[in-house]
Design a protein around this ligand. Structure first.
Ligand code: PLP
Length: 378
């Protein structure tokens, strides 16, 4: 099956007696047994479900679906993208281990690695991943893992995955990649040799800004270890949210195709605009497109508050990836937690705006930005 077909036909049908077209919501905290023998059957692997924190058909459907789209044998859902990242990292690293991570990571991931995991004895060095020598310099005998993102936020640097995997192999390190911005529609890092691929399903997999969820995929053995962490740390996803995420995911190919096309054209519109200092939009991400995020830096003739106030139906939100076009302000939200020197080094200035391009008609999207730019001229 091609991607666009696979993404639609991913339902599990656990109940063979009731042949519903879609997977029902198994809104239950536990599963019932009619005898001790049947209960024992769970532990012998004869029946799949016991207690929803340990496993549920809806969360399994989400894990399996994303695994199939990524070309990986196994996947597990978690309560959030960060829950998935936490579970993946602690499945691969323990006390005393060291991680080398890209310095332009999503702010929440940076906090998780820097603040929380550090206190459990897992340390991280943050370096510029576009320079392999810097990665090499940061590696110590305790290093276990390299962590990066396929497309980074907000300046959309595209990771050279094949190179990173080859480099990791020569140093006997594992790799973990956050594929949230590219989605498996554009890139499938597992098929390029990455050990663990993680998603904030809150973004494009769900696609409708109505859930918080995470998914992590990889080989059977490693995902089995990750699943144990999800269960033991209690970062499981609820059945209803898993169901909504699977429902949203069915249109992933259509949404990403339209959103990437709109984004490419919006970036082209911004390029020659005199009020725009810089346009950030990646090239050569995949044959299917280059993603649906465009970042711009306004010129200093623009009043940034007026720009944000004049966007009409384009909402200001501290997230991305919904079907509606929205904007975010990295300095005030996603990168707020970074130290000022790090913000400056990354170029997160007062005039940087991140645009998550939606599925609306391109002419209407351009009209809103044109209006905001004109209004903001000092
Ligand atoms: C949002 C996001 C996360 C965190 O995901 P949550 O679902 O909010 O926990 C991680 N990585 C990236 C790239 C994100 O955009």
């Amino acid at each position: 099956m091609k991607f666009g077909t696979k993404v639609v036909h991913s339902s599990l049908s656990p109940n063979k007696q009731v042949k519903s077209k879609t997977t029902p919501i198994y809104q239950t905290s536990a599963f019932a047994f009619s005898s001790l023998e049947e209960l024992e059957g769970f532990y012998q692997g004869e029946s799949p479900y016991l207690y929803s924190r340990v496993g549920n058909p809806n969360t399994d459907e989400l894990g399996m679906t994303v695994a199939q789209l990524e070309g990986a044998p196994a996947g597990v859902a978690a309560s959030s993208g960060l829950g998935a990242i936490l579970s993946g990292v602690v499945a691969l690293c323990g006390q005393g281990d060291h991680i080398v991570a890209s310095e332009d990571l999503y702010g929440g991931t940076y906090q998780l690695l820097k603040e929380e995991l550090q206190s459990f004895g897992i340390t991280t060095s943050f370096v510029d991943f576009s320079d392999q020598q810097k990665i090499e310099k940061a590696i110590t005998p305790q290093t276990k893992l390299l962590f990066s993102e396929t497309i980074t936020n907000p300046f959309l640097r595209v990771e050279d995955i094949e190179n990173l995997v080859a480099f990791a192999k020569t140093h006997h390190l594992k790799t973990m990649i956050d594929n949230t911005f590219a989605t498996p529609y554009l890139l499938q890092p597992f098929t390029m040799g990455v050990d663990l691929v993680v998603h904030s399903a809150t973004k494009y997999i769900g696609g409708h800004s109505d859930i918080t969820a995470g998914v992590i995929v990889g080989a059977e053995e490693i995902i089995s270890a990750v699943k144990t962490k999800v269960v033991n740390m209690g970062v499981n996803l609820s059945p209803f949210e898993a169901w909504l995420t699977c429902r949203g995911n069915k249109t992933l190919a259509l949404r990403m195709s339209k959103q990437s096309e709109n984004a490419e054209r919006l970036a082209t519109y911004f390029q020659p605009h005199p009020q725009i200092e810089k346009v950030f939009y990646p090239k050569n991400v995949s044959l299917k497109g280059n993603g649906a995020i465009v970042t711009i830096e306004l010129s200093r003739d623009c009043d940034i508050s007026t720009f944000f106030r004049s966007l009409g139906w384009v909402k200001i939100v501290p997230t991305l990836a919904g079907v509606e076009t929205s904007v975010s302000y990295p300095l005030g939200t996603s990168h707020r937690a970074l130290p000022p020197q790090a913000q400056e080094k990354l170029g997160i200035t007062t005039h940087v705006v991140r645009i998550s391009v939606g599925i609306e008609e391109l002419e209407d999207i351009i009209e809103q930005f044109k209006h905001a730019l004109t209004s903001s001229l000092k």
